[in-house]
Write a protein that binds this ligand. Sequence first.
Ligand code: MN
Length: 235
Amino acid sequence: MPEINYLWTPPAPVSLPVRGTSARFPVNRLFFVGRNYQAHAIEMGTSVDKSSMRPVYFTKSSANLAQSGSVAPYPPETADYHHEMELVVALDEPGFRVDEAAAARMIYGYACGLDMTRRDLQAAAKAKGNPWDLAKNVEHGAVCGEITPAGGHVLRKGEISLSVNGERRQHADLDNMIWSIPELIADLSTYYHLQPGDLIFTGTPEGVGPVQPGDRLEGRIEGAGTIVFGIGPAE
Ligand code: MN
């Protein structure tokens, strides 16, 4: 293959560590489910009727992925930066318009994730009917831990929790998810040709709230490992 002559050095590919191996998981796209726990939908002033609604999605750039163990600056243009602790599903097979059985076979593993959110900008965007990008697609605002391989196993229950400076803020069970993991993969595959390396952040349970510079966030999910993230000084 002829060597490509780039104008400048392109960014290194984004990847995540995998439990039990030195091989890394190459990250492709980052998909997020907007509301997948009823108690969180209610704390956000809404509710979900699964019989008449489909999941809400948004995306973040993989360039904004931060690794567990890192510290990132408190971001600009917000005074209300929130934590959202989420189960992340990592895919290693392609799929388009798949059924739930095929969706389960696309699961490589699971990780703990944080969908960091400029809540004040999200509220303003919702009020004006504007896109959520500035609220959600924040630099270092998609945090992900080490991937635990699962070989197609569907996680349907297990404790999910997040503490800030040692104080528990979020605590729920994965069986409170409105849409199951296979349902989400199957539904998302109607919009996108899902690819190996795609990550799906499956929504946060209740208890979201603000972080401050100097805070240390620690989360864990039964079957999906742990995550640690630090908030640095504002820039
Ligand atoms: Mn979220």
